[in-house]
Write a protein that binds this ligand. Structure first.
Ligand code: NAP
Length: 253
């Protein structure tokens, strides 16, 4: 591929955590990257990291659960970078609670950001991928898809991401588009820091407890997930589609 037809990637929730590491990784592999997050100003650090290393990136503010914002964000990416042919649906939130204490809004928020967000972003990007005869969609699931106490909303959404991925793979394969899912285990980010706080543990202590249960005896880093996403979104992964890869330092029950 010449530099004039550099692939354009959109990474949602890329202001921090796994999304930021993924944006940096995809840029290092030569993608022009739209660093998309709720707050455009919050994307600045990731964009600067990419541009200071010689890469190309723009910050895009967008709530992925809002249809109009998604349509205009994708149109902006087309204008400023070109048609997106790589999409990483990574934006995420937690609203943990036991079922009997979970509010309607805890349920709806989690469904809207993860599932509706991935749906709206994929629908807005697919036409550009179809036109290019090439596309890579990577959806973030979670080890919580297998069930996790206090996360009935999040577990349902993350299991839903797997069905969504497999269906995209079946519908879009004939256009040169693959769809895969990465399901992280425990990764050190603000999200797991918030969980530590919720259960009343210091973050260091929480990480040590998690690491002791993981076969490789450490917790994950955002870059561990970015590596898996880079594989699925790469030029040479065209025969790998509809898969779910657990990246959790060991097998899960
Ligand atoms: P994080 O540090 O909390 O980052 C998530 C990012 O998504 C934040 O920048 C957040 O913005 C953004 N976001 C939230 N709602 C959004 C919306 N409606 N539109 C656009 N952006 C939005 O989370 P992370 O740990 O990196 O997780 C990334 C993904 O991996 C999530 O899908 C998560 O469920 C999944 N995951 C994480 C782990 C883990 O151990 N960390 C494990 C399994 C799966 P604000 O800061 O403004 O809210």
């Amino acid at each position: 591929m010449s530099t004039t037809d550099q692939r354009v990637a959109i990474v949602t929730g890329a202001a921090r955590g796994i999304g930021a590491a993924t944006a940096v990784r995809l840029a290092a592999e030569g993608r022009a990257v739209a660093v998309l997050d709720l707050d455009e100003a919050a994307c600045k650090e990731t964009v600067e990291k990419i541009t200071s290393a010689g890469g190309k990136a723009v910050a895009v503010g967008c709530d992925v659960s809002d249809s109009a914002q998604v349509e205009s964000a994708v149109a902006r990416v087309v204008d400023e970078l070109g048609p997106p042919t790589v999409l990483v649906n990574n934006a995420g939130v937690l609203r943990d609670n036991l079922l009997f204490k979970m509010s309607d809004s805890d349920w709806d928020t989690v469904m809207n950001v993860h599932l509706r967000g991935a749906f709206l972003m994929s629908r807005a990007c697919q036409k550009h991928m179809v036109d290019a005869g090439f596309g890579r969609i990577v959806n973030l699931s979670s080890s919580s898809a297998l069930g996790n106490r206090g996360q009935v909303n999040y577990a349902a959404a993350k299991a839903g991401m797997q069905g969504f991925t497999k269906t995209l793979a079946k519908e879009l394969g004939k256009f040169g588009i693959t769809a895969n899912s990465v399901a992280p285990g425990f990764i050190v980010t603000d999200m797991t820091a918030a969980t530590a706080e919720r259960v009343g543990m210091g973050f260091e202590e929480f990480q040590a407890a998690a690491a002791s249960q993981i076969p490789v005896q450490r917790v994950g880093r955002p870059e561990d997930i970015a590596n898996a996403i880079a594989f699925f979104s790469g030029e040479h992964a065209g025969f790998v589609s509809g898969q779910v890869l657990y990246v959790a330092g060991g097998p899960l029950n």
